[in-house]
Write a protein that binds this ligand. Structure first.
Ligand code: HEM
Length: 188
């Protein structure tokens, strides 16, 4: 919210509520980008096994021989909560892991940030099966949080209670996460 308010104040986001933030302007908000990446990583929206079959003549995957006709799937949570990449706190929601220390984040290695960004690309699938709606989804994510958080303040109604998911059916359902929404006084 502080990043959004600062961007409105110095004109990087149009002050008028009739204008929705552009995708290009949202890409220039580092903390927003970090929150989106961390949210996608922490609870990847598509968690189905997305099975693929090797060709009849077999295949070699990441150096491993796999016979033909074998179904290979991924474990999306394993990939995005891998301690080798996200240690020591893969289960934590920590947007600062995506921001370099030189710009106020937690991560001292540019190379590490590039690696985890490549890993996050897998959230939309890969290769010929990858998500056809990725660019639309990314534009939506870039706009929705800015426009909501400019206007409203959200707080958990029962912060002491653990969030219980509504189950995973290939796509996660959420329920029981009650929030209080207050209209913000706009500084325009
Ligand atoms: C954050 C939001 C989204 C995520 C994480 C996501 C992720 C994915 C994943 C993982 C796949 C399957 C890849 C595979 O089978 O290996 C997929 C397929 C697909 N997605 Fe998305 N998606 C999102 C939003 C959207 C949106 C908004 C649209 C449409 C505007 C869309 C359209 C499609 C289509 C058409 C396919 C099938 C592609 C094919 O099999 O050729 N997705 N998506």
């Amino acid at each position: 919210m502080a990043e959004i308010d600062a961007a409105v104040a110095d004109g990087r986001i149009p002050a008028s509520l009739d204008q929705v933030i552009s995708d290009a302007a949202a890409r220039e908000l580092p903390y927003l980008q970090a929150c989106i990446k961390e949210g996608l990583r922490w609870l990847p929206p598509i968690a189905g096994m997305l099975p693929k079959k090797t060709p009849p003549q077999s295949d070699t995957i990441n150096g491993h021989f796999v016979p033909g006709g074998v179904t290979v799937s991924w474990c999306v949570k394993g990939i995005h909560h891998n301690p080798a990449l996200y240690g020591p706190d893969p289960q934590a929601y920590r947007p600062d892991r995506w921001i370099h220390t030189s710009t106020g984040g937690d991560e001292p290695s540019e190379e590490k940030i590039a690696t985890i960004e490549r890993n996050n690309d897998l959230i939309f699938g890969h290769g010929k099966y990858s998500c056809l709606g990725k660019s639309v989804a990314v534009i939506e994510l870039n706009k929705v949080f800015v426009e909501l958080l400019r206007r409203f303040e959200f707080s958990l109604m029962k912060p002491e209670e653990e969030w219980r998911g509504g189950g995973c059916f290939g796509i996660f359902l959420q329920k029981g996460l009650w929030v209080t929404v207050r209209k913000r006084e706009l500084k325009v």
